[in-house]
Design a protein around this ligand. Structure first.
Ligand SMILES: *Cc1c(COP(=O)(O)O)cnc(C)c1O
Length: 367
């Protein structure tokens, strides 16, 4: 039996009638950008997350850039982040004009190591930008305490953790700003690109609302140089439907993860490590083994999808060659890049599919 790494079709098919009536409503309104659906989604998202402001944007990448810009971070500043993430985390810092400073990760959770972050900070550091990787909350108590003690801010990359809590509060809402992505494969995914920035800081919210619309304070009055980064109403209307389903979907992911955990408990492979207070909503279910390449080909031969997030740590990307980063600088991130492998994970996985994945993985380690 073949099991795809991800299958969006069941979700889309189940909601097709609701999508159609939402689309009809938007098309009937002829309000396509920053209209009533965007406004309603922003309200519903800020209510769900428990934050004062939620601002619809064109992508998660833009949310990160606008968070930095609205916080006044740019040339001459340094921002601490993880080298073990999707590229957008680091590129936002570069695009803001600030300098990327990588700190290593905790090898157990793959999230930013607060201890190493502290070592990499200096007088130029203005922010810490952790990622809740794979849908697992980073150690926010330690990171926010560190930020407070150094008088810098935390900007959370919550692109993989919409609906994930840290000690009862939503990830993305504990720092100065939180950034989410609605890329279709994310836990809350749109039917196209989209993003959201949340903050409880009124000044940052006001700046982001202006920056996403070319820095306009009012029409054709530009108080700063912003960009076009707006969420369109068709996307917002779909996201309103999906937001209502999100908790159920995230619980389904957690159930599937528990089945995987149990089935792999006797195998010589590292399963996701959960930390006290740090919820995991399994955007990805990621194993770790030095035999990664062999496992990947075994799964492929067995018809089981898998993927590697991420095969090259960000400091070793060719676009950054000449910056002085080299192999060995961030050993935990480099080792993780060589060893991680993600298994099929989406809410609609069936018991039969789970069994097929499990038996292929068990076959490999018993062979
Ligand atoms: C998806 C993702 C982003 C970027 O979001 P886009 O909406 O695709 O621009 C940023 N950071 C992380 C960790 C992501 O997974």
């Amino acid at each position: 039996m073949n099991v795809p790494f991800i299958d969006l079709s069941k979700q889309t098919d189940a909601l097709l009638a609701q999508y159609a009536s939402a689309a009809k409503r938007v098309l009937g309104s002829n309000r396509f950008i920053l209209g009533p659906e965007n406004e309603a989604f922003e309200k519903e998202a800020s209510g769900y997350l428990g934050t004062r402001h939620a601002i619809g944007l064109a992508s998660g990448s833009d949310a990160l850039l606008l968070a930095l810009q609205a916080a006044g971070i740019g040339a001459g500043d340094e921002v601490i982040t993880t080298p073990f993430s999707f590229f957008a985390t680091a590129s936002a810092i570069e695009r803001s004009g600030a300098k990327i400073v990588f700190a290593d990760i905790d090898p157990e959770t793959f999230n930013l190591d607060a201890g190493d972050a502290e070592l990499k900070m200096n007088a130029k550091t203005k922010a810490i930008l952790p990622v809740h990787l794979y849908g697992q909350s980073a150690d926010l108590d330690r990171l926010t305490a560190l930020a407070r003690s150094k008088k810098v801010i935390v900007i959370e990359d919550a692109a993989q953790s919409f609906g994930c809590r840290y000690k009862g509060r939503m990830t993305g809402t504990l720092g100065e700003a939180g950034c989410y992505s609605f890329y279709p494969t994310k836990n809350l995914g749109g039917v196209g690109d989209g993003g959201l920035l949340v903050t409880s800081n009124d000044r940052i919210a006001e700046r982001v609302r202006s920056l996403r619309n070319h820095g306009q304070s009012k029409r054709y009055v530009h108080e700063s140089i912003g960009m076009n980064s707006r969420l369109d109403d068709l996307q917002a209307a779909i996201l309103r439907i999906k937001l209502k389903k999100l908790d159920g979907w995230n619980r389904a992911r957690q159930k599937h993860a528990a089945v995987y955990d149990e089935a792999f408990s006797d195998l010589p492979v590292r399963r996701p490590v959960k930390r006290e207070g740090c919820e995991h909503i399994y955007h990805l279910y990621t194993l770790r083994t030095p035999r990664r390449a062999a496992l990947a080909s075994h799964l492929e031969r067995s018809g089981i999808g898998s993927a590697v997030h991420y095969p090259i740590p960000l400091h070793l990307q060719s676009c950054f060659s000449g910056r002085g980063w080299k192999k060995g600088d961030l050993p935990q991130a480099e080792k993780a890049s060589d060893e991680v492998i993600s298994l099929p994970m989406f809410p609609e996985l069936t018991q039969v599919q789970l069994k097929a994945v499990i038996s292929a993985v068990r076959d490999f380690f018993h062979a």
